[in-house]
Design a protein around this ligand. Structure first.
Ligand code: ADP
Length: 658
């Protein structure tokens, strides 16, 4: 998780830390090393120099001794034989291992050796095996001066440098005093003087290239011996770095730097994450519309966000010196203290106290107001703290009250509307009744007059008038009846008398009744019976009223000579039995169809045909069909005709109309 949070920036800084650390440790280590090396080198040079001086002094000492012995041999102070041995032993002194002193006769044969061991092997041998040595010996004899050879192979084994002192006595050449410095023994002797870490080598010829061996400090000194110059090479194994040194100097700082760099990256990423989280939290706390109040175990306020300041009307700095209980109405404070203590003492470390709770709070000015509170608890550095998330419910409460009021008002309104409608129905019912009584009298007496039951009517014009009176009274009665029916349906006061009805028989009966008016208009009313009788649930009188109304409309709006068909149709989508009444009349315009069933609505209000109707028939028919659980639908096209579909609720059983 934290690894994924490391950004390029963190990794870059980490790498910088690692690089700087590595560079610092590496250069410190390198400087230290160079310093040690420089000190070592100076010490070495000094030592090598003093060794060389020691060697020169030793050789010179021995050469002085040899020169003295040579002198003594020349002037006869020391004779061959025992005298020579004593003198040689004196000169040799401590140089025993490396210095052999011999006498050579004039034929270059070794005549006498000191010490006997290991030089005995050389006795009697002839020196000067090579022309160069012979030439050197001759030169020594001729010049009467001692000469040194280079480093040569010795009879005793090994190598050495040899000096020859020509002995002339009494004007006569007698041979040579010869001294051999065995190089290996000399080296060993020098090394014994020097620290064990030094290697020493005496050689003649060119100096070894000191710089050629990077692993060693090499010091070469000039060692003059008589006519020659030898060289002494002192060398010392340089403090060369071993793998452990490289581990300490390179790998270890590198690894440590990597670890430090990685740690730095992690710490950077972590602190960045921490800062981001803090900023996020601070932003949330600031901008939340909810009050966030954090309290300690005793209820003392530790945090009070801006929303809390707004809701409780107290600035945060003032709230911080108070307790949460101060924001609870006085009469609830004791209970609140108990609740808070219980919540704080419960065992769980991190807890949400139930769900939102509705409680009453108190603003700084003492006003009480409703709030919803959610409590959470957690441990921070071993301290229990709780945070209350509080939302002001004043506005919600106000809306709720308004809603309840509104609902009450609506109910009252509906109640008033209902009673108004009931009053209207009552009025219409009683009005109709009041109107029907005198109308029936008018109709009855008009019929009597029309039929001249009590005697002939004179003049003839009256007969015309009485017919008008009769038809107007009948129309009025029909209108009143329709109004009464419609208002009953509209007020829901129409209670159909539901029973199982044999639909085809009912339709057939209505068709027979309507045939009279169809005949008058020269229209054929055809009923196509479907076969098996279908039983539907309905009110026999209402069904007849609906059928007659639909038939009479079809006949009324059909041209003379046309046909109106009545047929049973397939059950509708809801499985209801259907009767379809189809005419080939003028049809109904779509605008009217849209308002189908509205009372007093006529598609052609100004036409003579329409004048015969009230405009209530369809509205009543639809109402009646619906009150029986059925429906009435019209499908029409202007100029082609109209189809009225009547759907009836099916009864469970079949009824035989006979
Ligand atoms: P009305 O007493 O006027 O017939 P209805 O409510 O029965 O009243 O019919 C309302 C109107 O619907 C009629 O005036 C007529 O315009 C139209 N209408 C009803 N049935 C038909 C039909 N079969 N063909 C054409 N128009 C019709």
């Amino acid at each position: 998780m934290i690894l994924r949070a490391i950004k390029a920036k963190d990794a870059g800084l980490g790498a910088c830390v690692a690089a700087v650390l590595f560079a610092v440790t590496f250069f410190a280590e390198r400087n230290e090393w160079q310093h040690v090396e420089a000190v070592e080198r100076v010490a070495f040079e000094r030592t090598a120099d003093s060794i060389a001086r020691g060697v020169v002094a030793r050789l010179d000492g021995r050469l002085d001794g040899l020169a003295a012995l040579h002198e003594a041999l020349r002037d006869g102070t020391v004779s061959e034989g025992a005298g020579f041995e004593v003198a040689a032993a004196l000169i040799q002194g401590k140089a025993a291992p490396y210095l052999a002193i011999n006498l050579i006769d004039r034929d270059r044969r070794i005549a006498q050796v000191w010490p006997a061991e290991p030089n005995r092997a050389a006795l009697g041998r002839t020196v000067g095996q090579s022309p160069a040595i012979v030439a050197l010996l001759d030169e020594a004899r001729m010049t009467r001066r001692p000469k040194a050879t280079g480093i040569v192979d010795l009879f005793q084994g090994g190598q050495g440098l040899v000096v020859y002192y020509p002995i002339h006595r009494d004007g006569e050449f007698r041979g040579y005093l010869n001294a051999v410095f065995r190089v290996a023994d000399l080296d060993e002797d020098i090394v014994a003087l020097a620290p064990a870490s030094l290697a020493v080598r005496l050689f003649d010829g060119a100096a070894a290239d000191a710089a050629a061996d990077p692993l060693r400090h090499i010091h070469v000194s000039d060692i003059p011996v008589l006519n020659r110059h030898f060289r002494l090479e002192v060398s010392h194994a340089r403090g060369v770095r071993g793998s452990a040194d490289y581990f300490v100097a390179l790998v270890l700082p590198f690894a440590l730097s990597l670890i430090a760099g990685g740690t730095a990256s992690l710490l950077l990423a972590r602190s960045r994450l921490g800062r981001a989280e803090e900023a996020l939290l601070a932003n949330l706390t600031r901008s939340l519309p909810l009050a966030l109040i954090t309290v300690d175990a005793r209820g003392r306020i530790l945090r009070f966000n801006p929303a809390a300041e707004r809701i409780f009307g107290v600035p945060a700095h003032a709230a911080l010196s108070r307790e949460i209980h101060d924001f609870v109405p006085v009469d609830r404070r004791d209970a609140h203290r108990g609740l808070t203590a219980g919540f704080m003492e419960s065992d769980l470390d991190n807890l949400v106290m139930g769900d939102w709770r509705s409680v009453e709070a108190q603003r700084a000015d003492g006003a009480r107001f409703p709030v919803s509170v959610l409590l959470t608890k957690t441990l921070i550095e071993g301290q229990r703290v709780a945070t209350a998330i509080v939302t002001d419910m004043t506005e919600e409460q106000r809306k709720q009250i308004a809603l309840v009021r509104l609902a009450d008002d609506r109910e009252a309104q509906a109640h008033r509307a209902l009673s108004a409608s009931q009053a209207k129905t009552m009025f219409l019912a009683s009005m109709s009744h009041e109107l029907r009584t005198p109308l029936n009298a008018i109709i009855g007496f008009s019929e009597m007059i029309d039929q001249e039951i009590l005697g002939r009517m004179e003049p003839k014009k009256y007969a015309e008038y009485i017919k008008d009176i009769l038809s107007s009274a009948r129309g009025l009665l029909a209108l009143i009846n329709d109004i009464l029916d419609y208002s009953k349906i509209e007020a829901g006061a129409h209670r159909p008398n539901m029973e199982a009805i044999a639909l085809e028989a009912a339709v057939e009966q209505a068709v027979r009744t309507a045939r009279g008016i169809a005949h008058e208009k020269n229209i054929q009313l055809v009923f196509q019976a479907g076969g098996a009788p279908t039983a539907v649930m309905g009110d026999a009188r209402a069904i007849r009223q609906v059928l007659l109304n639909v038939f009479s409309n079809a006949i009324k709006f059909s041209p003379a000579g046309s046909t109106v068909t009545v047929a049973a149709a397939a059950p509708d989508a809801e499985g209801r039995a259907a009767i379809v009444v189809e005419d080939r009349g003028e049809g109904i315009p779509p605008t009217f169809l849209a308002n189908l069933g509205q009372p007093f609505h006529q598609a052609r209000g100004d036409s003579a045909v329409a004048g015969e109707g009230t405009g209530l028939g369809l509205a009543i028919s639809i109402g009646l069909m619906r009150s029986m659980g059925g429906d009435l639908k019209i499908d029409s096209e202007v100029g082609r005709g109209t189809r009225v579909i009547l759907a009836f609720d099916r009864a469970g059983t079949m009824i035989d109309p006979a």
